[in-house]
Design a protein around this ligand. Structure first.
Ligand code: FPP
Length: 239
């Protein structure tokens, strides 16, 4: 029994910006800039399609290891993205949230992000979750530290652990997309990926557009999701 509904939560590892630039003999930062245009397209399109949660891996805890110019360039692109998209995000009823250790993000993009998070906090449309200075293991370590601080002595249910993750209202990932042909999870949303359908495409992120997003959604709809059960149980709706 396949799945005819769109995923509730789509997460994307936006990979291949550097290779896109290299193919054109351009500096890597041009690839990230082109990647920002894909972000614009996919955010608008996903919101139009009624996707409820969209998580984008924009900067990992490991990305600080990249050359300083590239890191600074990425922070500038983030600044520009917020400046340009602030009103559109509000108008499209999108709620912006951030996952990651935001305190290490430079002051300018951080304060802009905080303003947009605040201004969009009552929006009821798509939740856009930007993973920034994000690592899946750091998220779990941060959750454990919050639990220790809270004084809890035991976690009885998995659901109770989830309450300590970043933005606990965000559900499990249904569909993970990774562009550029790499087939790895790369420390993204480890807890919430437990039952995600994985979709890998050779397309580089700057070339990923509405048509490519449709392909990923169609592919997702062709999958049978059993969550550890048998086909018969799924057919009988025992979940
Ligand atoms: C991976 O490509 C991409 C990143 C590390 C950064 C993602 C950033 C953007 C898409 C820019 C805009 C984002 C926002 C939210 C405004 P890579 O550099 O690892 O590519 P490569 O593997 O081909 O070198």
């Amino acid at each position: 029994m396949t799945n005819d509904k769109n995923p509730l939560h789509v997460a994307i590892i936006m990979d291949g910006n550097g290779r896109w630039a290299k193919q054109r003999n351009l500096p890597r930062i041009f690839g990230h800039r082109a990647g920002m245009e894909s972000v614009n397209k996919i955010v608008s399109y996903a919101s139009k399609l009624g996707i409820k949660y969209l998580s984008l891996f924009a900067f990992s805890t490991e990305n600080w290891l990249r050359p300083k110019d590239e890191v600074n360039g990425l922070m500038e692109i983030l600044n520009e993205f917020i400046d340009k998209k602030f009103n559109e995000i509000i108008d499209k009823n999108i709620k912006l949230v951030v996952s990651g250790r935001l305190e290490q993000i430079p002051e300018e993009p951080r304060s802009k992000l905080e303003k947009l998070i605040d201004a969009s906090s009552n929006n009821s449309g798509m939740v856009l979750n930007l993973a920034l200075n994000y690592g899946g293991r750091s998220e779990i370590v941060d959750a454990v530290n919050k639990i220790l601080k809270s004084g809890l002595k035991e976690i009885k249910e998995e659901e109770d652990f989830k309450d300590f993750l970043y933005n606990p209202e965000i559900p499990d990932v249904d569909l993970l997309i990774r562009t550029s042909g790499e087939m790895r999870i790369s420390n993204f949303m480890l807890w919430r990926l437990a039952y995600a359908e994985l979709y890998f495409t050779e397309v580089l992120w700057p070339d990923f557009d509405e048509k490519e997003f449709d392909k990923a959604l169609d592919n997702y709809k062709s999958r049978v999701r059993r969550f550890g059960m048998t086909d018969e149980q799924i057919m009988r709706g025992e979940f």
